[in-house]
Design a protein around this ligand. Sequence first.
Ligand code: ATP
Ligand code: MG
Length: 119
Amino acid sequence: MKLIRAIVRPEKLGDVLKALFQAEVHGLTVTHVKGHGGETELVETYRGTTVKMELHDKVMLDIGVSDHFVEPTVQAILQSARTGEVGDGKIFVIPVEKIYRIRTGEEDEAAVTPVTVSP
Ligand SMILES: Nc1ncnc2c1ncn2[C@@H]1O[C@H](COP(=O)(O)OP(=O)(O)OP(=O)(O)O)[C@@H](O)[C@H]1O
Ligand SMILES: [Mg+2]
C-alpha cells in the first residue's frame, strides 16, 4: 500500500479529480497549501544580494491506494495536472504500513476498497 501525495496547481484540481474518478480512484483528501518549488528570485538590497523565497498557493491530494492502483493513479495525475510550465508540482509515493477503516475495522487493501452505499 502507498500514500500518493500530489501537489498540483489549484486551477488544475477539477481536471485532476475528473481523471482520478475515471481511473476509479475515489478516496482522497484535498488540502489547500502554500509551497515553494525551488526557484530562487534574486532581490537586491542595500547591503547586498538576498534571496527571496515566495510561497505559491497549491493543492495537495493525499490518496491511499493498494499497490495495483499506484501506477494508474500516478498516470492520471501526470496527465491531468501538467501544463508544461515551471510549477506544475510533484508526486510523492510514500510507503504505508497499515490502513484501517474505522467503521468496520477492516484493514489494509479491504480498508481502501470503496464500499457501494445503497440509497
Ligand atoms: N522537494 C519538495 N518537497 C516538498 N514539496 C515540494 C518539493 N518541491 C516542490 N514541492 C511542492 O510542489 C509545489 C510545486 O513545485 P514545483 O512545481 O515548482 O516543483 P518543481 O520540482 O520545482 O518543478 P518545476 O521544475 O516545474 O518548477 C511547491 O509549491 C511545493 O508545495
Ligand atoms: Mg519549481
